[in-house]
Design a protein around this ligand. Structure first.
Ligand code: URA
Length: 259
């Protein structure tokens, strides 16, 4: 049994402040196990009770893990001064005050982005020590050339001399202009700069996996979903690039070709 005050439970898991919650309670907009609850200070059992705000069930997980299929035009930041942030795409009942993007995609990039308030997990994801591989599909300006496979495998040097770790690359299905690339690191604009180093240009970039966590087919661009802690552990599972490309090439190619 994990007893906790209703207002504390909600404020830890959403963006609502304690005073917002009191107001909502007065208006009859909170419920516990389907019954309207007007006392925001009552205790609930966070392991068993189902709490809803404005008719939406609040997840009982202490930390929240949101997988967003990022659209173009949003920055990976919590600070609005750089433009519209990805945080705007998370509905209020899924968002908490301490959330931040655990990773970066450029403003014009698309695809899988984890947003969480679990600082320890974010640290594990972002720490170079863990080398979580990330797979991207890109739409190129010029046809893919097979020589990229060896050049990227050896570790390419970028135009400013920065050395990249070995990376895997492969042409995608259905088009010479589409390729999958797997990186084990995250330098600034790395994928775009790697293709620029072989005289090509990335027109569109979509991240399709972070570690073993694959962007679900059902998650449309701009949508997000909550993950359970056990799903998030998939991040740390190894992923087989060749098997991934065989299984998902047709699906992700079809998505990107029309972008
Ligand atoms: N590499 C890039 O160039 N851009 C991204 O958004 C991610 C990886």
């Amino acid at each position: 049994m994990a007893l906790i005050r209703l207002d504390k439970f909600i404020s830890e898991r959403t963006e609502y402040s304690r005073s917002n919650i009191k107001e909502l309670a007065k208006k009859g907009q909170l419920s516990v196990n389907g019954i309207v609850e007007k006392a925001a200070d009552r205790k609930i059992d966070s392991d068993k009770d189902t709490v809803s705000v404005l008719g939406k069930t609040i997840s009982s997980q202490r930390y929240r893990y949101i997988l967003l299929n990022k659209p173009a035009g949003y920055v990976c930041s919590t600070d609005d001064k750089d433009g519209k942030t990805v945080m705007k795409l998370i509905p209020p009942d899924m968002r908490t005050k301490d959330m931040f993007p655990a990773g970066r995609l450029d403003k014009d990039s698309l695809g899988a982005l984890l947003i969480t308030d679990d600082g320890d997990l974010a640290h594990r994801i972002l720490s170079p020590k863990h080398h979580i591989p990330k797979i991207y599909i890109v739409k190129l300006d010029r046809p893919f050339q097979n020589k990229y496979v060896d050049i990227f495998k050896k570790g390419i040097a970028l135009s400013n001399g920065e050395q990249c770790l070995p990376a895997l690359v492969r042409k995608a299905e259905n088009s010479d202009l589409l390729a999958f690339i797997q990186l084990n690191e995250g330098k600034y604009h790395q994928v775009k700069r790697m293709f620029a180093s072989v005289d090509n240009h990335v027109e569109t970039l979509m991240r399709v996996s972070v570690g073993g966590l694959i962007l679900p087919e059902k998650l449309a661009c701009g949508q997000c979903m909550e993950l359970l802690h056990k799903d998030v552990e998939n991040l740390f599972r190894p992923i087989d690039f060749e098997a991934f490309c065989s299984d998902f090439s047709a699906f992700f190619s079809a998505l990107l070709i029309n972008k």
